[in-house]
Write a protein that binds this ligand. Structure first.
Ligand SMILES: Cc1cc2nc3c(=O)[nH]c(=O)nc-3n(C[C@H](O)[C@H](O)[C@H](O)COP(=O)(O)O)c2cc1C
Length: 375
């Protein structure tokens, strides 16, 4: 109740101010601490307590990873972090579309830069390395993803990925190369096959520089044509990429958006992205060979059935951001509980058994929704 009230009050603030307040609140570990059903998932050599993670963009500078984990997320993807600090686009650059359950943002990788993030995460690691009895209560176990990107003014964007990976890999459990933000000019061109190979090589070189072995994930846009999806799947599998995150925000504006900010420039996220992102995820799953990269489904998840639909088409993990911003800090626990109940209703013992069981996106979404409605 109190958290719903807090979320309601946050909606009265301008979106970027509300975002900052939410980060500050979680930095001080103010938030619910739910007891959750165990839904373990092991992928890319990592053990996740459940499939749900906080997508990149909420905690861009590693300000509050433990506070976010405390809400029930098994993992938090920090970033996008750029090598050099940069301010991002002028404000206003985030817009709520309340009638559509959506957000448009054009932050443009505002980042305090990798050095500041490295220092922050070094302190966290030192804390976690202490014996449990000597740790501050706030240190939370959980998986940390480090999402990196290129500086806007970089003359060698691919090199920026190597530099950021080299500096930050030691502080994360997996690394994401974000090549799908619509708000950095030219970034999404890295999704073409030739550029993708160079990018993956840069990521690997960064890991070698850091003398670290970490699974490499690549985050993709939802605005890819089928031919691009096939080419990316083949290249990622061929190059031994550990995971693909589908998807980032969209530059499309689906018919029927009702909010007056719908024409703002930027990436659209939340409810209107759900079906589109789930279809791209399913198409990606259909193109990947068995034993190839694992899939992380993101885009429009605000409930257990939506997370379940993404798992049914092939996701091993699911991430969300917009629904947390719109609904408040109790949302992740609700999604995890609903997901556990849906798995039980379907008589499925664990996430691995559900994964990929309904490859057709529309059928998977219908099945998951019907199951939730009949509960
Ligand atoms: C305000 C905002 C900022 C975001 N910033 C980033 C970012 O820096 N890096 C990134 O990879 N994704 C970023 N995203 C995309 C999200 O991680 C996610 O992929 C996308 O929003 C779809 O999920 P959702 O509908 O649950 O929000 C951002 C999303 C929002 C709403």
């Amino acid at each position: 109740m109190i958290w719903r009230l807090a979320a309601g009050m946050a909606r009265l603030l301008p979106p970027e101010t509300a975002h900052r307040a939410a980060v500050a609140t979680l930095r001080h570990h103010i938030g619910p601490t739910p007891d959750l059903p165990s839904l373990p998932v092991s992928v890319a050599g990592l053990d996740f307590a459940n499939p749900l993670g906080l997508a990149a963009g909420f905690d861009k500078d590693a300000s509050c990873p433990d506070g976010a984990l405390q809400l029930g997320f098994s993992h938090v993807e920090l970033g996008t972090i750029t090598p050099r600090p940069q301010p991002g686009n002028p404000r206003p650059r985030v817009f709520r579309l309340p009638a559509d359950g959506a957000v448009i943002n054009r932050y443009g990788f505002n980042s305090r830069g990798m050095e500041m993030v490295a220092a922050q995460l070094a302190r966290r690691q030192a804390n976690l390395a202490r014996p449990e009895s000597a740790r501050p209560e706030s240190a939370q176990p959980g998986i940390i993803g480090i999402n990196v990107g290129a500086n806007k003014t970089s003359s060698a964007p691919t090199e920026d990925y190597r530099i950021a990976v080299a500096r930050l890999a030691a502080y994360g459990d997996y690394i994401t190369l974000n090549i799908s933000s619509p708000n950095t000019p030219g970034l999404r061109d890295l999704q073409t096959v030739d550029n993708l190979r160079l990018l993956i090589a840069a990521g690997r070189a960064g890991l070698a520089d850091a003398d670290c072995e970490r699974p490499l994930f690549i985050k993709l846009a939802p605005d890819l044509a089928s031919a691009d999806i096939a080419a990316i799947a083949a290249t990622a599998a061929d190059e031994g990429v550990a995971g693909l995150i589908a998807t980032n925000t969209t530059i499309a504006r689906p018919d029927g958006l009702r909010s007056h900010h719908a024409d703002e420039t930027g990436g659209l996220s939340g409810a209107p992205l759900f079906a589109m992102a789930t279809r791209v995820l399913a198409e990606m799953a259909g193109q990947l060979p068995a034993g190839g990269p694992v899939l992380v489904g993101a885009g429009g998840v605000a409930s257990g059935w939506q997370a379940y639909a993404k798992i049914l088409v092939g996701a091993s993990l699911v991430q969300l951001y917009t629904a947390l911003a719109l609904e408040g800090p109790e949302l992740p626990a609700r999604v995890i509980r609903e997901l556990a109940a849906l798995l039980a209703s379907d008589g499925v013992a664990d996430i691995a058994d559900a994964r990929g069981q309904i490859p057709d996106a529309d059928k998977a979404m219908q099945h998951a929704l019907r199951l939730a409605q009949s509960a």
